[in-house]
Design a protein around this ligand. Sequence first.
Ligand SMILES: Cc1ncc(COP(=O)(O)O)c(C=O)c1O
Length: 451
Amino acid sequence: MNKKIYSGATPEAVRRDLAPLVDFGEQGTPLAEVGRLIDERLAPHLADYGLPSFHSFFNTPPEAGAELGAAAALRHNQGVTNWQVSPGGAVLEEMCGEALVRLFGFPETAEATFMYCGTYANQQALYLALHRKAEDRGFDLAAKGLRGFGKPERLAVAVSEQAHFSIRHAVRMLGLGEDSLIRIPVDGRQRMNVEALGEVLSNKRIREDVFAVVATTGTTSTGAVDPVDAVVDLCEGTRIWVHADGAYGLAYALVPEFGPLFAGFERADSVTWDPHKQLGAPIPSSVLFVKRREEFRRMAIYGEYFNREGDPRPNPGLRSAPSTRPMSALALVASLKHQGLAGVRERLRAPLAAISGFAEALAGAPDVEVCHIPDTGILCLRLVPEGVAAERLDALQVRIYERMQASWERSVGITRINGRIALRFVAVSPAVTTASLLESVAAARDLAKGH
Ligand SMILES: Cc1ncc(COP(=O)(O)O)c(C=O)c1O
């Protein structure tokens, strides 16, 4: 039997175990005892992302350098808003941002900011895009808000139908609502169909209302990389803001053989990236890049006591909304320094190789329908055992998924592709190999028996 991903206890049993931890008495508890409670009562119920049988989400154990950096960040517990609050922390964030701009090959005009997570990075990107639209209409969004648009209900964002749901959150939170989303179909590779986008934008009225196009460089469902180059070409000269959501996939742009797949992301107006995914940086950690650093000025709010206008000293907190910001840069810096770029590339190649080997091994398997050619570290498939009627196949995938989840010996995801339910196999941690993925398919076959 495999090691379980977590204890397998029910929510009720977990509550019983955790009760002493949240029973806050008048008297304190010695640290050793608090540590023992965490180790014995909580740790067994936490998921072990380092198991080769964990194929469901983008989580991974912390990388050793990241762990060291995170511990140092906590030891000093800095609020990295500006020079006054944390001189070293502010400069570290600025220098880390500059180094990341160079590492990914963004133009010199680009700048980066740490964000709480990819969801908020995407939201801020669309907020900045909206500013450009407002400027073109002759008003300041910061002052007038959506009212300045007169007919804000006409504003639209074009996204592929495979975009992450954080884009839905973004338009909800920006007050635009989900009706503002224009869903562009995907092609056979699950990438945004740029021809379809072109058709939508060829309508003058729609083109005037669309203020942003979001391309996903590594979709959550299948890992497909939208053709950003073509999207940027299409939007050139229109003033439409192009955002590349690379929360999951952008890391793979650092692998030279994958460079062509990501071509053009550095031409986008903004790009999201989550180092807490493949790189094993502490959760949460996200970076938002903008192609022109002055775009971040839209985020600045000055005060008398804090962030005073004209202060020339480093002030990374002016690039995003939170006043108190963690020293997220330190874990990433320590991780990149510890691994070296060759080590990072090796770490990133492992899941890519695991998934391409997996796809090759399954080609020709009579009881497996592979749903797409993998672009990155995800492969979706359907088990199609002989004798199961086509209309029962969706239900079969759900059953396999639920049974596998219930065992907690393996963990795969589930998604919908071209209207059909598919099992989703993700490789993120370097522990996941082609062999461990194939073992999960064997387990899925067992779970499908008798149906
Ligand atoms: C493509 C994509 N965008 C955005 C997000 C949201 O990022 P976060 O979970 O850091 O909020 C995810 C999360 O998996 C994602 O896969």
